[in-house]
Design a protein around this ligand. Sequence first.
Ligand SMILES: [Zn+2]
Length: 200
Amino acid sequence: MASSAGPEIERLIALLAKLPGLGPRSARRAALMLLKRREQLLGPLAQALAEAAAKVTTCATCGALDTTDPCAICADPRRDGALLCVVEEVGALWAMERASAFRGRYHVLGGLLSALDGVGPDALRIAALAARASDEAVREVILALPATVDGQTTSHYLADRLASAGVAVTMLARGVPVGGELDWLDDGTIAQAMRARRPA
Ligand SMILES: [Zn+2]
């Protein structure tokens, strides 16, 4: 594509286009919006980006992102250290926190096992998980991984790997989503929900 703006602006557009959900066209629109609203938007955004780049770090214990290491969740004495929730990425941790349904601690794997993409156990934070799970304070490891082929493969691998750690290993239930109409669900979800039924 022929460049129509100066090199600084083209560089801004090229970087924005690397963000998830933004293609070249929407990156161009976003850049234009930022440049039009330099004081309200571009300045504060640049400052927030610089602060995040300088301060945000990965928690060496759980793999979450925070400005402190250990992160606020690992350091919070009110969180239940007996419960360890395993998630694929930090985004899933944030989703769990938004739901306010879990008061234990987390372990971020950093991906899923994938034969197709050549991701093996050593590429993920699995050895660190096994070490944490064998800590006598941990009672239950909850596998909160995606309901995909790679997610299930990873869950089964982890259940095997943790079998000797002396902890209960559980998985999130699969089934009918809140507000879900049965005739809109796919066959796999209905079959899972039937298998996972419980006393009413
Ligand atoms: Zn942490």
